[in-house]
Design a protein around this ligand. Structure first.
Ligand code: HEM
Length: 128
């Protein structure tokens, strides 16, 4: 059960990142493709699945994400990723879309490194 949930969660995470990068590139190019319904609905459905699997994982493993440091870090970084990801896709200035997109990618890289190491420092541990 736990292993299956983890596969669903990690696969949804990979698809979420791929869809974000694709939509970000479309946003940078001011492409009208970004307005297609499926390019709005698929990421939304997939991100819901990603979060539902995350909730199922913490419930099944009996961990409280508000107390366990690496899960706290993932939750906070997820909020930041959502804000930065939204900014990166909005029709603001090109510089803001670029900067927000790069920051969103660094944030999601941090989230994945925290998931793998189960350490709130994630890849930042390499800087110490
Ligand atoms: C964009 C957001 C997220 C991404 C990209 C992400 C990514 C990942 C990845 C790649 C794994 C597999 C790690 C491995 O197999 O070593 C994983 C595992 C896991 N994630 Fe997430 N995750 C995200 C959000 C969350 C959130 C919000 C929670 C809950 C607070 C969460 C809880 C977990 C748990 C409990 C595991 C299983 C750890 C284990 O037993 O090995 N994730 N995540």
């Amino acid at each position: 059960m736990y292993a299956a949930l983890k596969i669903v969660h990690a696969s949804a995470a990979a698809l979420s990142i791929a869809l974000f990068v694709w939509r970000w590139r479309l946003a940078l190019a001011r492409s009208q493709l970004l307005r297609q319904r499926w390019l709005i609905n698929l990421p939304r459905a997939n991100d819901t699945l990603l979060l539902a699997a995350a909730i199922a994982l913490v419930v099944v493993s009996g961990q409280n994400p508000l107390v366990v440091p690496w899960l706290q870090a993932k939750l906070l970084a997820l909020l930041l990723y959502i804000v930065l990801g939204t900014l990166a896709l909005k029709p603001w200035s090109l510089a803001l879309r670029r900067g927000a997109g790069v920051a969103a990618l660094i944030t999601v890289f941090y989230i994945v490194s925290v998931a793998i190491t189960k350490d709130a420092r994630g890849f930042l541990v390499a800087l110490e």
